[in-house]
Each structure stands twice: as C-alpha cells, then as structure tokens.
Design a protein around this ligand. Structure first.
Ligand SMILES: [Zn+2]
Ligand SMILES: [Zn+2]
Length: 329
C-alpha cells in the first residue's frame, strides 16, 4: 500500500547534476522497506532491513535474515551500495549479513563494503567471513560505532550520517542521514543579462557577488536563489519511548520509528524496551517531523491497520511500512 504523500520510485537512480552548472538540484530520496518485521518472521514481514537511496548512493540500514532474498525478489540492485549501518546486535537486525556478503561475492560486486556497527560485530562476523568467504572480490571493512553518543559516523562530499542513541536492552543507536547544505541556485536569465562567464558560476553558486567589466558590483541575491533545503531521514529502531531523541530528529523530512506493539501491550513494550504505535506517533508529533513510517511489528498483529490507526490518532501523517515497498520523499 502506498500513501498518497509518497510516490514509488522509477527503476533508475537519478544522476548527480554536478556536470551541468546550470541545472537546478531537485533531488529526492527513496526509502525501500526490505523487511518490516521484528524477531519472529512472518509470511508478510521479514525481519528488519531498509535501503536508503540518496544522491546516487545506497545505504543499507540493518540486515535481518532474508534481506538478500527480499532484495532479489524486488530486483533491488546493489551497484551503489558501499555502506551498511547496523543499529544493534540482535539477530533480527544482523543475521542477514553473512548471506548477503557471500552472495555479493558471487554477483561480481567489486566495491568495498563498509560496515558501521558495534565493535562486537567484527569479532562475530570476521571468523565466519574467513571460513565461508575466503576469496571475496572486495574488502569488508568494519567501522566500530559508539551507540551511546550522538556523533558523525560517516561523511562524504554531499551526505553525513550521525548516530542517534536509543534506549534498548543492548547498546543500540538509530541513524540520521542528512544531505549537506547545497549550493545556491543560479537565475539563468540574470546570468545571461549580466554576461557572467561560465568559469565564475561555481563561485556565484557558493554566494560570491559578481563584478561586471564596467566595475559594477551585482549582489549575489540578484543572481541566485537560496539552496534547496537538505533532505533528512531518521531511522529509530529498536527503542523504548525516549524523548531524548527529539532534538536530534527535529523536523526531519521522514522518520522511521519502530512500533512493535499497541498500547494494549504497553507493559510488554516497557519490559522488552520497545515502543507502541501511539508512542511512535507521539515522538513524530513532538519532533515536528514531516512524515512518519512505522514498522518492526510484533508477529502477534495480523491486522497492521490497527497499529496504523493507533499512531494516526496522534500523528496524522503516518504510513505503515510494508515489506518490499519504496517510498520517495
Ligand atoms: Zn528488533
Ligand atoms: Zn532489538
């Protein structure tokens, strides 16, 4: 099911407009829910995994058992995947890694795979890689993260990722993916009017004024429009209700927040350090996010619409995360 405020992405990944200085950057991001279930897999809900596509790059977030199967069922390519982020070391978030990496080795994936996770993951996975995947055509590089602090754990020219400390039974963090602030957009008609040479456009997009041959200074805001607001996505699973995350995720374009239980199971949610659908809605509302996707459902709920309705009572712009579904935002 696709909500009206999301669109399904076309097959192709959008190209980076860096080569054309006149092109405006109207990029979007796509979140594909690969698995939306929790510890006990069901026919319709595999354990947790998501793929974020942003700026022509793919980021895999958690890798529950069956992730590679779902990816192949969807025809989800991994050509642009270099970084995998694991929230915590519960099996429903990492049991899929071994199979996925092994299969990548057979599918001529050649770029290195970087895994950002708690340091214990390397100790657990490396012996298996040594045993089963002796001759991979790429390297698997582990980057230990400290789940108890909010800090930048990955960055490149256009994107940064930071950790979001969560409240769970084992060390656990979510991830905030953010575009870096982009350049200003040039007004093509003004650039033509003042005969701005192409070699100066880069500087003008970064905010410089322009001086004409006659010595007249043209202020930058005559020549440009403000940059597109950066896209921001926050992933929060698994966690008990925690208002501490609100300042970090404030105003994001899209929040994924776990909703393992309904309010009727609140004591169980507290005991297992998970959230209810209502609590996910409350976090979304208090953090003033634009859209909320819920997931990580307990296998006990056959009617997911009940979870959706509970979250929507608090935060209207909520949709159910469903396996093998892409959401453009
Ligand atoms: Zn889980
Ligand atoms: Zn967990």
């Amino acid at each position: 099911m696709i909500s009206s405020f999301f669109r399904i992405l076309s097959e192709s990944i959008k190209s980076d407009p860096i080569s054309n200085p006149f092109q405006h950057e109207h990029l979007s991001a796509t979140l594909t829910i690969i698995g939306s279930g929790s510890a006990l897999p069901t026919k319709s809900n595999f354990p947790t995994s998501q793929m974020l596509e942003l700026r022509n790059k793919q980021f895999l977030i958690d890798c529950g058992e069956g992730t590679q199967i779902r990816m192949r069922q969807m025809g989800l390519k991994n050509n642009h995947l270099g970084h995998i982020f694991i929230s915590h070391l519960h099996g429903d978030h990492c049991f899929g890694l071994m199979g996925l990496i092994s299969t990548f080795g057979m599918l001529s994936h050649t770029s290195d795979i970087h895994i950002h996770a708690h340091s214990d993951l390397e100790k657990l996975l490396q012996p298996q890689l040594n045993y089963f995947c002796e001759k991979l055509p790429f390297q698997v590089i582990f980057h230990p993260i400290n789940p108890s602090v909010h800090e930048i754990i990955y960055e490149d020219r256009t994107i940064q990722v930071s950790s979001i400390p969560l409240k769970h039974r084992v060390p656990c963090c979510g991830f905030l993916f953010e575009e870096k602030a982009g350049d200003r957009h040039i007004k093509r008609d003004m650039i033509d009017f003042y005969n701005v040479p192409v070699w100066q456009i880069g500087k003008i997009k970064q905010g410089a004024d322009f001086t004409t041959e006659e010595g007249e200074i043209i202020p930058n805001d005559i020549l440009t429009l403000p940059p597109t607001p950066p896209i921001r996505f926050a992933y929060c699973s698994d966690t008990a209700y925690s208002e501490k995350i609100i300042p970090i995720i404030e105003g994001v374009d899209l929040l994924f927040h776990e909703a393992t239980f309904m309010e009727g199971e609140l004591p169980r949610a507290k005991a297992t350090m998970h959230s209810t659908a209502r609590q996910a809605g409350e976090i979304a509302k208090k953090a003033n996010v634009k859209k909320l996707i819920i997931g990580h459902y307990s296998a006990r709920y056959s009617l997911k619409s009940d979870l959706l309705n509970e979250a929507k009572q608090v935060f209207e712009h909520t949709v159910l995360g469903e396996d093998m579904t892409s959401y453009e935002f």
